[in-house]
Write a protein that binds this ligand. Structure first.
Ligand SMILES: Nc1nc2c(ncn2[C@@H]2O[C@H](COP(=O)(O)OP(=O)(O)O)[C@@H](O)[C@H]2O)c(=O)[nH]1
Ligand SMILES: [Mg+2]
Length: 389
């Protein structure tokens, strides 16, 4: 790695550090956070309020799929159950039993469910919130954790009101919100997110993403943004921006001493880092077959061919492993060279050998290509034009 390389100077500048050594150390830290930070989300609420359905949708799973939470009125969970995000095992969403009895002690409940495990709480109700919800929220606050109220099954409310004369969706939503707030007055003016788990593109699911990204500590934010389902054009852009913001780190970290030593690897590029970076983007943007199949079924349009049309995205797909572990066999410089050869402008430079500059350029262009395909898929699905947000 030559220090006069303009790409190195650019990466160091982006790191906010004063020299290459410090920037490289910061890069490792940033990448470690991006790859490994844990996020634990607790979902609590009465039986039947829609916890399990919310959890499945958050994880992008149909309820009959392997590993999905069981749902239904008769399905009562009395135990804390942990569900891993399918492509981000470090993101866990926990199904907590409802509070139940009106004489419950909020502090005992929190102790029982091991509250310190969770980064924040989602309190779900498909009806009005109750005194118990208020007590629980107060206790969560006392423990210095955040809580978010989700009023679920909004699609049911809308459907019931739709037939009435003078129906206005915004009015209905406003009324539900006010109605919920009435019982939560003691907490000031808490945010209430109106959600339908059957359609995360609608209502307040995106708003919940925005508030969470604002309120989570910096190092947890990237985990949330990676795991959160793409629920709007803006939600996708936030993810893209997050990855763009760490390209400097991915390139510097991959240029250092190989994290996973691979025989024959040049010191200028840790192939596993590059592949892992693209794999993360691929899943976060919902480009994997399963996400596309679900989306395609939802909008009743074929969408999978977009991935096939881009040689680069197909190549990432071929190397992407579901649990984001890159095997040494895949993490070769040849793979990186192959990736580079599929991108105009990067391929010819890479032919002369993978330098820091080409890695930097590959990460930028590759991310752009993945982002563009994800944008095209949304366009094709017409979600942003149809959505009644
Ligand atoms: N219409 C509608 N039904 C929902 C929604 N979320 C959950 N349900 C239904 O409500 C019932 C209870 O949901 P479930 O997730 O099992 O609730 P849990 O007991 O809190 O885990 C199931 O029949 C779900 O299909 C939603 O957003 N909209
Ligand atoms: Mg349940």
């Amino acid at each position: 790695m030559e220090s006069q390389d303009p790409a190195v100077a650019e990466a160091v500048k982006a790191s906010g550090e004063s020299n290459l050594e410090k920037a490289t150390a910061r890069a490792k830290e940033t990448l470690d956070q991006l790859m490994n930070v844990s996020l634990n989300i607790a979902v609590t609420g009465k039986t039947g309020s829609g916890k399990s359905t919310f959890i499945n949708e958050f994880r992008g799973l149909d309820e009959d799929e392997d590993g999905a939470a069981r749902t239904g009125i008769t399905e009562t969970t009395m135990e804390v159950t942990m569900y891993e995000h399918p492509t981000m095992p470090n993101v866990k969403i926990w199904d907590l039993p409802g509070i139940g009895s009106p004489t419950f002690k909020a502090n005992k409940y929190l102790k029982d469910v091991k509250f310190h495990t969770y980064d924040f709480f989602i309190i779900i109700s498909s009806e009005r919130f109750t005194e118990n919800d208020v007590m629980l929220a107060k206790e969560i606050k006392k423990q210095k954790k955040n809580f978010y109220f989700v009023r679920s099954k909004i699609d049911n409310d809308i459907r019931a009101e739709e037939r009435k004369k003078g129906f206005d969706e915004q009015n209905v939503l406003c009324k539900i919100r006010k109605d919920c707030l009435k019982n939560l007055e003691e907490l000031g003016d808490p945010n209430i997110f109106l959600i339908s788990s059957f359609d995360l593109e609608k209502y307040d699911f995106e708003k919940l993403q925005n508030i969470l990204t604002e309120e989570l500590p910096d190092h947890k934010r990237s985990a949330l943004l990676q795991a959160w389902p793409v629920c709007s054009a803006d939600s996708l852009e936030k993810k893209i921006k997050m990855f763009q913001g760490v390209i400097w780190a991915a390139s510097l970290a991959s240029a250092g001493i190989a994290v996973i030593p691979v025989p024959g690897l040049s010191a200028a590029c840790d192939a596993s880092m590059v592949i892992l970076f693209f794999t993360k983007c691929y899943y976060a943007f919902g480009l994997d077959d399963r996400s596309l199949k679900r989306l395609s079924e939802k909008v009743n349009k074929p969408l999978l061919e977009h991935v096939a049309k881009s040689k680069f995205v197909s190549a990432v797909k071929e190397k992407a492993l579901t649990r984001l572990q890159v095997s040494a066999a895949l993490a070769t410089l040849a793979t990186v060279e192959y990736f580079a050869s599929l991108l105009p402008g990067v391929g010819s430079a890479a032919a002369a050998g993978i330098s820091f500059g080409t890695t930097y350029c590959l990460l930028k262009q590759g991310l752009n290509e993945l982002a563009d395909i994800a944008r095209k898929i949304r366009e094709e699905a017409e979600l942003d034009t149809l959505c009644s947000n």
